[in-house]
Write a protein that binds this ligand. Sequence first.
Ligand SMILES: [Zn+2]
Length: 261
Amino acid sequence: MNLSFPLFDMPVVGIYLIVISFLFGAVFASFITCTAWRVVRGEDWMLGHSHCDTCGHELSTADLFPIFSYLALKGKCRYCGSKVPPRDLIFEIILGFVFAGTLALHGAIDAPVVAALTLEVLLLGLSLADWDSGVIPDGFLGAILVTWIITVGFMPDMQAYAVEGVISAACVGIVMVIVTAVIGKVKKTKMSYGPTKLAMCLMLFLRYRGTCAAVCVAIVLGIVFALVCKSKKRKISLAPAISIAAIVALLLKDVPLPFIG
Ligand SMILES: [Zn+2]
C-alpha cells in the first residue's frame, strides 16, 4: 500500500509543514523526556502530573509549553524560583530540528517518514533513560518493534524493505552477540545485551544501505561515548551512540552517499 503526500508540489505548504514539524518535534521531546525520567524513577509513566523536582509543585498547562515556557520563565520554576536545568530545552530544540530535517530531506509525508519520526522520539527517550540509569528499558524496544510491525505494511516496496530489514538485523545481531560475549569473557564481567537488542530493532528500518551507514557511525560514536563515560567514571551508555547513528542513517536515506550510492 503506497500512501504519499508530496511536500514540495506546493512549496508554501511544504515550508509550512516543515515549520509545524519543528513544533511537533519540540512537543514530542517534552513528552518523551518526561516519560524517560518517570521510567528511570519507576514512576507511572502514563498517569500523574508533571511537577517541579525541587518544590514538588504540580505544573500547570502554561508551564508545559515546550521551549516557550522555559524562555518565558527564564529557566526558573514559577513557584519556588529554583533553576531548571536546560537539558529538556536543548532536547526539545534538537528534536524540533531533527523532525524538520527528516521531513525536508524526505520531501513527502508517507509511511517511511512516519516510521522515522516515531523512531526519533523513541530513541530520544531510551537514550536519556540509558544515560541516566545505565539500562535500556525493554518497553522502548517493544515500542520500536510495534512501530515496525505497523508501518511495514505501508512501505512503498514492502517485500524488499522487510527482507533487507530482517537480514540486516540478523547479521548485526549475530556480530554483536559474539563481540559482547568475547568482551564479557575477557573482562570477566556480565555484559548487557541491551545495545545488541536495540541495534537489531533499528536495523529492521534501515535496509542494507542504511545499515552500512549506521554501523560505521555507531562504531566511531560508540568509542567516543565509551571514552567520555570512562573519563567521567560512569557506566558506559551505548544507546545514545547507536541512536544517533540510526538517526543519521535515516536522515541520509534520501541523500546519495559516496561508495554506497
Ligand atoms: Zn519549584
